[in-house]
Design a protein around this ligand. Structure first.
Ligand code: FAD
Length: 337
């Protein structure tokens, strides 16, 4: 039966944010195709985990709960996922473009002899691309991803491949609960029956998780600075404003490359994708590689001394002027009000 399938990542009993985004996107695709949404999830101590997944409108949920399945290791996860996909034969399979998804998806695509579109930012069902081929495809997945350093957006479709597989970048798909009371059919997989000793030849001895207090993805307000900020010290103005507004500070790649701000605060195609309520862009020109990561903000304010800066075209409000003058005025205003 035709279905859309999502590989979910889980750690410490929490379904990853990216998996929730994929389930939401997967449900939208399944509704367009008029088919079901299914998911798989492998980890340990997963009692009740379905409560985090079913609300996204998942019909069948394949779970393997075994202490050896966490932390993630390639071979056991690939063997379990391969078994599920072989038996279920879905039309579309989605993975996060995370270190796990980037490891697992190509291996499965190779095992299933199908294509894989990596790092996609837009997914849809339709025929606008295949019309060029003069073929009547109306229900295939097409994926859009930045290519050639972000200078073009490539539409990619695998029309002779089955299933159609894609990895999806974190933060680009809108998270959307389908029905809080939705009930999934739970199918339990016994890992011991599927896996053998060879699947466990790799042993995880130690893990180092980078501590990061930066959470740009969930910040409701971001004050971002570009090369136009001019120096590391000048970023204090942005930090001040962000503190007053209860937001985070971000930056363009040019600001990161110039050493004005840390790399973990970079926004854009090769940084974090954000969707805050308010995005203040100070001294940022609006290159496509930057806007790809922030254009879905609910409100964008651009502060730039160039009235023709490209970012102004996507901004809701434009303040034309020197940020060294504008930012202190904003700080003063918000402090007093
Ligand atoms: P600039 O383009 O130099 O713009 C500076 C702006 O500041 C100008 O508009 C100027 O008018 C304004 N300005 C100057 N002085 C002032 C002042 N005193 N007051 C007010 N305004 C002032 N970029 C990203 O941001 N994120 C990415 O993830 C990313 N990934 C990339 C990936 C690839 C493969 C490539 C090739 C590029 C990538 N880039 C990325 C780089 C991108 O192409 C741009 O070079 C970069 O975004 C430009 O940063 P900027 O707007 O800060 O600098």
């Amino acid at each position: 039966m035709k279905s859309v399938f999502v590989y979910c990542e889980v750690e410490n009993k929490e379904v990853a944010e990216i998996s929730q985004e994929l389930l939401s996107a997967g449900k939208r695709l399944a509704q367009k195709l008029g088919c079901q949404l299914d998911a798989m999830l492998f980890g340990k101590d997963l009692d009740g985990i379905e409560n985090q997944i079913s609300p996204y409108g998942v019909d069948k949920l394949f779970i393997s709960d075994d202490s050896r399945l966490e932390p993630y290791r390639t071979l056991p996860h690939a063997a379990l996922a391969h078994k599920v996909l072989k038996e279920q034969d879905p039309q579309i399979v989605l993975f996060g473009a995370t270190s796990v998804g980037r490891d697992l998806a190509p291996r499965l695509a190779s095992k299933l002899n199908c294509g894989l579109t990596a790092d996609t930012t837009i997914l849809d069902i339709g025929d606008h691309f295949v019309k060029k081929e003069k073929k009547e495809y109306t229900d295939l997945l097409y994926a859009i991803r930045p290519a050639f350093g972000g200078s073009i957006m490539a539409n990619i479709i695998n029309w002779d491949m089955h299933p159609q597989m894609a990895t999806v970048r974190e933060g680009v798909m809108k998270k959307e609960i389908f029905d809080a009371n939705y009930k999934s059919e739970i199918i339990k997989l016994n890992a011991t029956e599927v896996l053998n000793d060879e699947d466990f030849v790799v042993e995880v001895i130690e893990r180092h998780i980078e501590e990061s207090s930066v959470n740009l993805k969930d910040a409701p307000i971001i004050v971002a600075g570009g090369y136009g900020v001019g120096s590391k010290e000048n970023f204090d103005l942005l930090r001040n404003l962000a503190n007053i507004l209860g937001g985070e500070v971000g930056g363009s790649r040019a600001a990161v490359d110039a050493g004005f701000i840390d790399h973990n605060r970079q926004i854009g195609q090769t940084g974090t994708t954000v969707r805050p309520k308010l995005y203040i862009a100070a001294g940022i020109s609006g290159a496509i590689q930057h806007t790809a990561g922030m254009q879905d903000a609910s409100m964008i304010i651009s502060i730039n001394n160039d009235p023709d800066a490209p970012i102004n075209a996507i901004a809701d409000y434009v303040i034309t002027g020197d940020l060294g003058v504008v930012l202190p005025k904003m700080i003063k205003f918000y402090k007093e009000n």
